[in-house]
Design a protein around this ligand. Structure first.
Ligand SMILES: *[C@@H]1O[C@H](CO)[C@@H](O)[C@H](O)[C@H]1NC(C)=O
Ligand SMILES: *[C@@H]1O[C@H](CO)[C@@H](O)[C@H](O)[C@H]1NC(C)=O
Ligand SMILES: *[C@@H]1O[C@H](CO)[C@@H](O)[C@H](O)[C@H]1NC(C)=O
Ligand SMILES: *[C@@H]1O[C@H](CO)[C@@H](O)[C@H](O)[C@H]1NC(C)=O
Ligand SMILES: *[C@@H]1O[C@H](CO)[C@@H](O)[C@H](O)[C@H]1NC(C)=O
Ligand SMILES: *[C@@H]1O[C@H](CO)[C@@H](O)[C@H](O)[C@H]1NC(C)=O
Ligand SMILES: *[C@@H]1O[C@H](CO)[C@@H](O)[C@H](O)[C@H]1NC(C)=O
Ligand SMILES: *[C@@H]1O[C@H](CO)[C@@H](O)[C@H](O)[C@H]1NC(C)=O
Length: 506
């Protein structure tokens, strides 16, 4: 009897928990707003359990419920550092171009799992110094959106700059293919996956490879996505089958490492287009999968080590999609692959947050940091994790409810921002005995130490910078007085805002 009552209570509690979760999912995730800036950004809830590596978090939070997305930088205390203009963004990564720190990202038109746009490369002043494009007309791209003309046909998934001043990107061409071998129409349609290496200065195409041009080495039968629903039925150009859904490219020497999400596969491709080897996460492909090495629907595959005999691969192993549902644990996976002899794949490490496990349906990233740390991002589950050298979680950061907020990837890098704009300031009277609240922010500045508040030529106060927006309470100002602020410390030392009038713009 007691047992049945308690199990009843447990069921009721479980039901309540479900109802609370539903309510939470329907609610909008809170936004951080400011007085000195019209910027709004998702509240970043950071919990630290240990020491994290230095650097800022670079991501492209997309607020699906409100329909806005931005490129953004956050600091480890959850404070915004920089936010760019609103739009559709993906594949953001700080990198080095010709010795200069830059940020590269994709922006443009997003479709079902792919997109059509260009890559912007910003310098540390957040000014666009290059725009990489791929002509839709010259390349004869066919898109799902056949009434639309895009300025450029680069896909959302990659923006990897090489040491030679070139960039690696993906592209999707909707084209016809015989799907009868997998139970589809003979005159079916696919989302052919292409990779391009493009010269950043000239936009010249240096390398081009299409999966569909290599049917024997990149076989249709290896696709795991179903021939229906969001996998794409392939019946016409509106519903092209998701073959092969490429989502990461890196170049090692003259060869290209390529990840195919819907094939659960990693390909190593020579400069002449030949597939050198193929690792399939369910069947092994050219290899034999050892215990715990199975993977599928993965993202952000890279070499951690490469020799002629052996490579070590890291990846964000989603192991889920929108058509499998939340069935498998998502992990950060590191695998050793013997390229010769035994051709065995062995498990090096598998990372997940045991207290708050994630079943990530789409997107995500895996980044090896210094001192054996790893940063993992979970895409459509808006959660970022950092692990120490022993695989112990040292940071969790949440910036939304699942499937209402997302970022394709998140990376941690050091960065010095030199905004070409001036600091923003607004001065507002308060109800506290004649005090004026001066709000100051400087979108993109990373190393301001303190703010000097001026009224005319008189320094009223100097206060330490406190997050994205610093509030300074100043006595002895009245409506109509003029106020300005000046940055102290860092690369913007001595740069002043415009003068503002107390009480205006509050
Ligand atoms: C932030 O995260 C912590 C730890 O998970 C949680 O206890 C807290 O409620 C969260 N705060 C908000 C405002 O969501
Ligand atoms: C973003 O993508 C949507 C389609 O998903 C499109 O309607 C919109 O025009 C795009 N925005 C930009 C700035 O390209
Ligand atoms: C960034 O580029 C802009 C435009 O070319 C230039 O004015 C600015 O000085 C550059 N910033 C840096 C730090 O090089
Ligand atoms: C895209 O497919 C069309 C045929 O549907 C073909 O003519 C064109 O060359 C392809 N473009 C690329 C970039 O592969
Ligand atoms: C594509 O197929 C779908 C499903 O059969 C159909 O509803 C749609 O009208 C077709 N579109 C075109 C352009 O033929
Ligand atoms: C850079 O170019 C050289 C000469 O063509 C080539 O050997 C090297 O592999 C290239 N490196 C990358 C990363 O593209
Ligand atoms: C392509 O390159 C690979 C790897 O370098 C080589 O083994 C193969 O023979 C080349 N194929 C052709 C057709 O040149
Ligand atoms: C990792 O484990 C080693 C061996 O147990 C230990 O000495 C070290 O302190 C651990 N590191 C951290 C950050 O806990």
């Amino acid at each position: 009897m007691g047992h049945s009552i308690s199990s009843c209570v447990r069921q009721a509690l479980a039901l309540m928990a479900i109802l609370i979760n539903v309510a939470a999912a329907d609610a909008l995730w809170p936004l951080q707003t400011y007085k000195s800036s019209s910027i709004q950004t998702p509240y970043m809830n950071v919990t630290k359990m240990g020491q994290t590596e230095p650097g800022y978090l670079f991501l492209t939070p997309e607020d699906i419920s409100r329909g806005t997305g931005h490129p953004a930088i956050y600091s480890d205390d959850g404070q915004l550092v920089w936010q760019g203009a609103s739009g559709n963004y993906s594949a953001l990564q700080p990198q080095i171009l010709n010795g200069e720190p830059v940020i590269a990202y994709w922006s443009g038109y997003t479709g079902e799992g792919f997109g059509f746009g260009h890559i912007s490369i910003l310098n540390s002043s957040y000014d666009e110094i290059h725009r990489v494009t791929l002509s839709c007309q010259e390349q004869n791209f066919v898109t799902v959106f056949d009434t639309m003309a895009f300025d450029s046909c680069i896909d959302i998934h990659e923006s990897q700059i090489t040491a030679n001043g070139t960039i690696l990107v993906t592209a999707v061409n909707v084209t016809q293919a015989d799907l009868s071998s997998i139970g589809g129409p003979k005159d079916g349609w696919i989302q052919d996956g292409l990779i391009y290496e493009i010269d950043i200065l000239t936009n010249e195409i240096l390398f081009r490879w299409s999966a569909h041009n290599h049917p024997a080495q990149v076989p249709l039968a290896d696709v795991r996505a179903p021939l229906q629903g969001s996998g794409g039925s392939g019946v016409n150009s509106t519903y092209p089958y998701g073959y092969p859904h490429l989502n990461a490219i890196y170049k090692y020497g003259d060869d290209y490492l390529v990840s195919s999400r819907y094939m659960c596969s990693v390909f190593f491709i020579a400069h002449n287009g030949t597939v050198i080897w193929h690792l399939h996460g369910r069947t092994g492909g050219d290899f034999t999968l050892g215990l715990g090495t199975s993977f599928c629907y993965q993202h952000d595959v890279r070499f951690e080590f490469q020799s002629p005999e052996r490579v070590t691969l890291s990846m964000h192993n989603n192991d889920n999609t929108e058509f499998t549902g939340h069935t498998s644990l998502t992990t950060g996976l590191v695998l050793d692959v013997e390229l010769q002899g035994s051709k065995e794949v062995t498990l090096v490490s598998r990372l997940w947050d045991a207290d708050e496990p994630v079943y990530a349906e789409s997107q995500g990233s895996y980044q090896s940091l210094g001192n054996g740390h790893v940063l993992q991002d979970h895409g459509a589950t808006p959660k970022i994790e950092e692990y120490d050298e022993n695989g112990t979680i040292v940071m969790r950061a949440r910036f939304g409810y699942d499937n209402t907020m997302q970022t394709y990837r998140t990376y941690r890098y050091s960065w010095v921002g030199r905004p070409s704009t001036k600091p923003d300031v607004v001065a507002c009277p308060t109800s506290k005995g004649g005090q004026t609240a001066v709000y100051v922010s400087w979108n993109g500045a990373t190393d301001v130490q303190s703010w000097k508040v001026y009224s005319g030529s008189e320094i009223k106060q100097t206060v330490p910078r406190n997050g994205f927006e610093t509030t300074v309470l100043v006595a002895g100002l009245s409506d109509g007085d003029s106020v300005a602020v000046e940055a102290v410390g860092g690369v913007g030392d001595g740069i002043r805002s415009e003068s503002v009038t107390v009480g205006q713009g509050c």
